[in-house]
Design a protein around this ligand. Structure first.
Ligand code: GUN
Ligand code: ZN
Length: 387
């Protein structure tokens, strides 16, 4: 495989600190819509909205970079409307950064009928069943219209646990070929950053080969894909560590689809910087609050007379008392759960805040070179703490 011409970038990556005993790093990533502090969790606003929140409320959680999905926005409102409105920032009234996933992964995971060929991903429209084809060129054209600050290559994704080595190799090599097609199709390299996605399943040699090919293409940032599919933690760690060991120091590293607090902190220790996951927002809609002592199932009857905040000491607008805070109690969320959607909205705000605050604390501990002690305390609280 020969590397395509390398591209300009629309970001600045400044390494601020490095942990002396793990591979953790703290950095500032400056994107077209402002700087973000790494390590970073990015909440998922699939349909150009974080379910239940206004853009102002999302901003209030401290979020400055959220995810949208090319596949969903391409179907609705569609490219014409996106073009007419001037992109996804204008569509959703969001002044800050947006990252779009390329769409293929969503089709493969959502529509079991997706069929992958060298041309692209073939699928039946979920609206009317007409056959459609998402090619690397089409995904990039959509993302160029969306105007997201970070755009992702179309990749050929398999679940990591797939035992089919031959198909895994095909997917990995095809993802490299598709990256070249994405690079050639990308019209706005000075205003939108294209990230490659490393594939190769749990096979470390395949991952190494993929890293070498992808790194040679010199994209502004690099993602590690094909994980979060139910693989064993040890396998996950081996893959992330192998990849980060081969990636350039001065580029952001994004592990796709990762979002449990314990996975975030471990992945940072392995040298990863950016993460996204629907879990914190989805679990909020089930009445689950993320806290340092674990997840609280606030629908449980045991909370009906619990008048403490969702999480003691949390700085989110729900938990905070005074200073404009709402002083929401566990009993109130319990009361609202399943009956009133505002219960889900409040927990969504809390959970997103929790994830962002966790990453801020991780970052501060890296800067102060006490990240290993932070990790130890984090797991002590999570496993031994008092809810
Ligand atoms: N989201 C979670 N994993 C992946 C992946 O491997 N590829 C893409 N495009 N999106 C993802
Ligand atoms: Zn809170």
């Amino acid at each position: 495989m020969t590397a395509a011409k390398s591209m300009p970038s629309a970001l600045d990556f400044e390494l601020v600190a490095r942990c002396s005993t793990t591979k953790a790093r703290a950095a500032i990533l400056t994107l077209p819509h402002g700087p973000v502090q790494l390590p970073l969790f990015m909440p998922v606003a699939t349909q150009a909205s974080l379910k239940g929140l206004t853009p102002e409320q999302l901003e209030g959680t401290g979020c400055r970079l959220c995810l949208n999905n090319t596949y969903h926005l391409g179907l609705k409102p569609g490219q014409k409307t996106l073009e007419a409105v001037g992109g996804a920032h204008k569509l959703q009234g969001w002044k800050h950064n947006i990252l779009t996933d390329s769409g293929g992964f969503q089709m493969v995971s959502l529509l079991k009928l997706a069929n992958i060929t060298e041309e692209g991903v073939r699928f039946l429209s979920p609206h009317d069943g007409t056959p459609m084809l998402l090619t690397p060129e089409h995904s990039i054209a959509l993302q160029n219209t969306i105007g997201s600050d970070i755009i992702m290559q179309l990749d050929d994704v398999l679940v990591t646990t797939s035992p089919d080595t031959k198909r895994m190799r095909e997917a990995m090599e095809r993802s490299v070929r598709w990256l070249d097609r994405c690079i050639a199709a990308h019209k706005n390299p000075t205003t939108q950053n294209l990230f490659c996605i490393i594939q190769g399943g749990l096979d470390l040699e395949m991952r190494e080969e993929c890293c070498r090919e992808m790194v040679a293409r010199n994209t502004p940032g690099i993602a590690i894909g094909g994980l979060s599919g139910g693989e064993a933690k040890a396998d996950y760690c081996r893959v992330v560590s192998t990849c980060t060991g081969l990636l350039p120091e001065l580029k952001p590293r994004y592990v796709m689809g990762i979002g449990y607090p314990e996975d975030l902190v471990v992945s940072v220790a392995l040298g990863a910087d950016m993460f996204d996951c629907v879990w914190p927002t989805r679990t909020a809609r089930f009445g689950d609050a993320i806290t340092k002592y674990g997840v609280l199932k606030l629908r449980s009857a045991s909370y009906c007379n619990d008048f403490g905040p969702v999480e003691e000491g949390c700085g989110c607008v729900c938990c905070r008392i005074g200073d404009g805070g709402l002083g929401v109690t566990r009993a109130f969320v319990h009361h609202l759960a399943a009956k009133e959607t505002v219960g889900a909205h409040l927990l969504t705000i809390h959970n997103v805040w929790y994830q962002l605050a966790l990453m801020r604390s991780v970052r501060q501990s890296i800067i102060e070179d006490r990240f290993p002690a932070f990790l130890k305390q984090f797991f002590a609280d999570l496993h031994g703490g008092d809810k």
